[in-house]
Each structure stands twice: as C-alpha cells, then as structure tokens.
Write a protein that binds this ligand. Structure first.
Ligand code: DX5
Ligand code: ZN
Length: 226
C-alpha cells in the first residue's frame, strides 16, 4: 500500500516556516498539515488563516487544515480561501456534522473529520459518502511531541474496514506520536496518510533526513512513491 506523509508544521521553526515548508516538499512530502487551535476546544492556541495564506505560495503540496476550534463552521470559507485543499473538522465540535461537511464541499475543498481518541467511529457511519479523509487522533489533540496511544491501533483497523466497505477512496490519516517506533504499526493497521510533527521538524537530522528515516521503517511497498 502506498502511504504519503503530511508533516505537521506545529513543530516547525515559525521564524522560517517557509523554508521548512519548502524542505518538506523537496523531501517528497505530498501534504502539509496545519494545526489550528483556539484555546477552547484544546488548551493551546496556534494560528489562523493568515499563516496558511502566507505559506501557500512557497509549496505546491496539498494543504490539510486541521481545525481544533469550537464552531468551525464560522471559519470554513476563510480557511478555504487561504489555500487549504482539505479541511478537517472534529465531530466533537459539530452538532450538525453533515451540514458542516457540505459547507466544506461547497467551497470546492475536500472535507474530512478528525476523531479524538475517545470518540467512537460510529459518529461518521452515516456521513461516509461526504468524506474524503478520516483522521484518527493517536494523541489527545492540543500539543506536539506526545506519546502515541497504542489502544488506537484497533480503531485504525476498524476505520480501514469502514473505508473498504464504503467502496470510496477516503484517506486514512493518523495524527500524533508517529515516529520511527510507531510508524510500521500504524501502516500495518491500515493508515495511508501519516501526519508527523516533532519527528520531522524537531528530529535530529534535516527535514529530509528525518523523513527518509521514517520511510526507511516501512516495507518497500509501503514507502512513499512505491
Ligand atoms: C496535535 C496535532 C498534531 C501534532 C502532531 O494536536 O494535531 O498534528 O502536530 O505532533 P507529533 O507528531 O509531534 O505528535
Ligand atoms: Zn493535527
């Protein structure tokens, strides 16, 4: 199975965000992941659409915007206009999830959902036709550099099953604690879009060395580009 990387800029050096975004693309990452946090849904505060807009000209990667904010429906159009290709919302913040996914689709962008570790997959059972991406949080959202929660592996497997049964192409992302110790297990469980922040931007090597090291942990047919 082909997997792709979506480095999360949360762990990038914000004083040279453009350089880091460029390096990730040059190293072969097809996606770039932007973590938007509001200090309400999650304890941390990060950035808004302006930052995504400013990085847009330096990378032709697909931009995935992970909205960890209350009432995300207020900001969908702004994040779409800023250059997001996919917008992920948390069902925990969306009482009218179907409507919010339609709202994203109406902007011409790709809709997705991100699920907290404790949120069951059942919440998306009836919106599978409206999704292009499912993101399984393998840490509690809010911070980079946390430890992977192993109990999420069966959840990834079940999500992969749901996708197979849907007959649609839906990216299965995993977000949180993806590193050289966990990456093989998440791909084995069925993930095909690997979000990684600290192991890419705050690792020991350059962005390219860090991404190469992650890819080297995968079987040859799982490596990006295979
Ligand atoms: C956490 C964010 C993640 C974060 C992952 O709330 O959604 O995207 O950047 O960071 P690492 O890879 O360091 O766990
Ligand atoms: Zn994220």
């Amino acid at each position: 199975m082909k997997v792709r990387f979506a480095p999360s800029v949360l762990s990038a050096d914000f004083s040279r965000l453009g350089d880091h975004a460029r390096q990730a693309r040059e190293a072969g990452a097809e996606w770039l992941h932007f973590d938007v946090m509001d200090g309400h849904f999650v304890p941390n505060i990060t950035f808004g659409p302006l930052v995504i807009r400013s990085v847009r000209p330096v990378s032709d990667a697909s931009f995935e915007t992970h909205l960890m904010i209350e009432k995300p429906e207020r900001y969908i159009e702004e994040f779409a206009a800023a250059g997001s290709d996919r917008i992920l919302v948390h069902p925990e913040t969306c009482p009218h999830l179907h409507r919010t996914l339609q709202q994203i689709r109406a902007t011409g962008k790709s809709p997705g959902v991100a699920l907290n570790p404790s949120t069951p997959l059942d919440v998306i059972e009836y919106v599978m036709d409206d999704l292009d991406g499912i993101l399984i949080m393998t840490v509690n959202p809010g911070f980079g550099g946390q430890s992977f929660i192993p109990a999420m592996l069966p959840k990834i497997r079940r999500a992969a099953d749901m996708i197979r049964r849907s007959g649609r192409h839906i990216d299965l992302g995993v977000d949180g604690g993806v590193n050289v110790d966990t990456i093989a297990n998440v791909v084995d469980a069925g993930a095909d879009l690997l979000i990684a922040g600290s192991s890419v931007f705050a690792g020991f090597g350059t962005v390219k060395q860090n991404l190469d090291e992650l890819a080297a942990c995968l079987a040859p047919d799982g490596a990006p580009g295979a």
